[in-house]
Design a binder for this molecule. Structure first.
Ligand SMILES: Cc1ncc(COP(=O)(O)O)c(C=O)c1O
Length: 379
């Protein structure tokens, strides 16, 4: 299996035909518990919070895609984040990038700060890191919603010079392992909201962690079972099914997103555009080094300000006004009012005229026409 290419792993890793029936897809083992022949004598499963065969299939698959030692599936991306933060103790400090998903900001600020953790946000890492003793470095790249890139290899190399060496966690939700594999660049763990591109069809909420080493896997596996934020078997099945087409979808997402970004770049109603696949993007060199393509997310600031931005997102038809991203259908939102409302009045607050697009797999001409109509309606 280890010599298989990514596209083959996406379809086959962890998914051998069922030994009992030959079923090609892993069955949905919709059971909470498993019979024991005698006390402690079982076939590897005891209770579905601790382990379930459909979840195992997903976890083996995710570990293979990220090139990790082991993956652990969670009920949501935030449940996975919670497990990582539970590795720390009161007094420990976290150094996080300053542009990140609003829910991550919220759990850091409003949940874990209360338990005595010190949290620092830095715009540029490693250059602007104020402290040199973090226990955990939290990177998102590309970031949500500004699509800023961080140099994973460089940050991990810097982390290696600190003593004691902090853990480096990369939220790889926007890129997916098809575009970038942070463990290969030195990260200790990778986080996913599988709700997004991995699931790919806007029909499931889930999360995952993938780790490079056994000791960390053990600690997280303990937390997964002890805290219990695990996904049900049907949700695992849906994510597994989505992953099979991940490479194809990510290629088309990026193709469409680049066409949208090029179109936006020509428009006077666009004040600033953010897409790491654009030739003119200041991060293009890092994007080429770190990512296979620019991905499917595009953000831009409407030159008409917050009111026009709101009129714009309410005028599109194909781009559905909704939170979330990464599904086959195109979505549009205003982060300041929706996904990132929790950063309001904080140093992490985003421009209220910023619009985030999750560019889907529809025909590109239809998508461009939809945006054109919205520009007319909002000018
Ligand atoms: C980058 C990123 N990380 C984590 C999460 C949290 O994932 P979930 O909504 O599955 O809990 C999200 C959700 O939007 C996200 O965009």
């Amino acid at each position: 299996m280890s010599s298989w290419k990514f596209n083959t792993l996406a379809i086959h890793a962890g998914q051998e035909p069922d030994p009992v029936t030959g079923a090609v897809m892993p069955p949905i083992y919709q059971t909470s518990t498993f019979r024991q022949r005698a006390v402690g004598e079982h076939l590897g499963y005891e209770y579905s919070r601790t382990g379930n065969p459909t979840r195992t299939a997903l976890e083996v698959n995710l570990a293979a895609l990220e090139g990790g030692y082991r993956a652990l599936a969670f009920a949501s991306g935030m449940a996975a984040t919670d497990a990582v933060l539970h590795l720390l103790s009161p007094g420990d400090s976290i150094l996080a990038v300053s542009d990140l998903y609003g829910g991550t900001f919220r759990i850091l600020e409003q949940v874990f700060r209360r338990y005595g953790m010190e949290i620092e946000f830095a715009r540029d890492l490693p250059e602007a890191a104020g402290r040199s003793d973090p226990s955990l470095i939290w990177i998102e790249t590309p970031t949500n919603p500004m699509l800023k890139l961080y140099d994973i290899e460089q940050i991990c190399a810097w982390a290696g010079t600190l003593s004691p060496r902090p853990l480096v966690c990369v939220d790889n939700t926007f890129a997916t392992p098809y575009l970038q594999q942070p463990l290969m660049l030195g990260a200790d763990l990778v986080l996913h909201s599988t709700t997004k591109y991995l699931g790919g069809h806007s029909d499931v909420v889930g999360g995952a962690l993938v780790v490079r080493e056994a000791e960390l896997a053990e600690r997280l596996s303990f937390l997964q079972n002890a805290v219990g934020g695990v996904p049900g078997p049907f949700d695992c099945f849906l994510v597994l099914r989505g992953i099979k087409t991940l490479p194809l979808r990510m290629e088309r997402h990026a193709e469409n997103a680049l066409a949208v970004a090029n179109d936006l770049a020509e428009r006077s109603q666009v004040q600033q555009i953010f897409y790491p696949g654009l030739e003119a993007d200041p991060q293009i060199e890092l994007a080429r080094r770190q990512m296979r393509n620019g991905g499917g997310m595009v953000s831009f600031i409407h030159a008409g300000g917050p009111e026009k931005a709101r009129a714009f997102v309410e005028a599109t038809e194909l781009f559905t006004l909704a939170e979330s991203l990464g599904g086959v259908e195109s979505l549009i939102e205003i982060p300041a009012l929706m996904t990132h409302a929790s950063t309001q009045d904080s140093p992490l607050a985003v421009d209220p005229a910023l619009i985030r697009l999750s560019v889907g797999l529809e025909a590109i001409d239809d998508l461009l026409e939809d945006l054109d109509r919205a520009f007319q309606a909002s000018s």
